[in-house]
Design a protein around this ligand. Sequence first.
Ligand SMILES: NC(=O)c1ccc[n+]([C@@H]2O[C@H](COP(=O)([O-])OP(=O)(O)OC[C@H]3O[C@@H](n4cnc5c(N)ncnc54)[C@H](OP(=O)(O)O)[C@@H]3O)[C@@H](O)[C@H]2O)c1
Length: 279
Amino acid sequence: MIVVTGATGNVGRVLTETLAAAGEPVTAVSRGTLPVPVSDGIRYHRADLADPETLRPALAGARALFLLVSGAGADLSPDDILDVAKASGVRRIVLLSSQAAGTRPQSISHAPLRGIENVVRQSGMAWTILRPGGFASNAYAWAEAVRSRRTVAAPFGDVGLPVVDPADIAEVAATVLRDDQHAGQIYELTGPTLTTPRKRARILGEALGEPIRFVEQTPEQARAQMLQFMPEPVVDGTLSILGDPTPPEKRISPHTAEILGRAPRTFDDWTQRHVDAFR
Ligand SMILES: NC(=O)c1ccc[n+]([C@@H]2O[C@H](COP(=O)([O-])OP(=O)(O)OC[C@H]3O[C@@H](n4cnc5c(N)ncnc54)[C@H](OP(=O)(O)O)[C@@H]3O)[C@@H](O)[C@H]2O)c1
């Protein structure tokens, strides 16, 4: 049995369904604020990573754990989470980290994630770390303005990044959770091409069959908006990546294609599957 945390989110929902479809018994874990996945082979357990003891019943009898720490993970005690996992007999762990944990080794925003990576690496378990770049699903932040005004407002309209489809992250996770050969590896996960915010807005408009107006925000406007729902260090770290990506952050990683044997999904593909959220 495999335990998936963050099981109701962009990555975890696809991961639980992919594992269950492959015949793998899954325990899906979240705090229960979003609808839970319902499918044959998926058991649901409500738990809060901030209180690792609540994970113990889910982990009993599990052989592998997918660990997704929402946000920067600053409030969590990774040592306690891994102690519960090890005491429950879990032998393999796959951590969803972030590309910036590697590309921005000094950043305050990703310090908690780097700390969690270190705990995972020193756990004695068979570990694999996934470091995705920016998610295609971050476009959900535009959904309300697209629905109501057919407008996207974003900073750095002409800076391209290889955004990654969460479904690809989920498929990579489903593979490495079940295969020992990935132990001790760190995989960067990106999309197949660089796209700019302006281009992503155009792709959304094409999928809707209606043009979308792109309004370039100043970094200050974007910062003020993001501070409404993200902690300040995370906002500043994110804006730095969006506006001034380093060469490694603009590189197309080969890892998704190597692991899945196919090219990563495009932003067009993500849009086709999620366009209803923007209608
Ligand atoms: N977005 C990006 O561009 C990007 C880039 C790189 C890395 N990442 C990483 O990707 C992760 C986000 O993935 P996602 O988009 O799939 O997430 P998401 O859609 O935001 O969903 C978060 C999931 O975690 C659960 N959750 C949140 N807090 C929890 C807690 N304290 N205990 C148990 N479950 C909790 C949520 O359910 P409940 O709320 O019901 O608990 C939900 O299932 C983060 O770790 C982030 O650092 C994101």
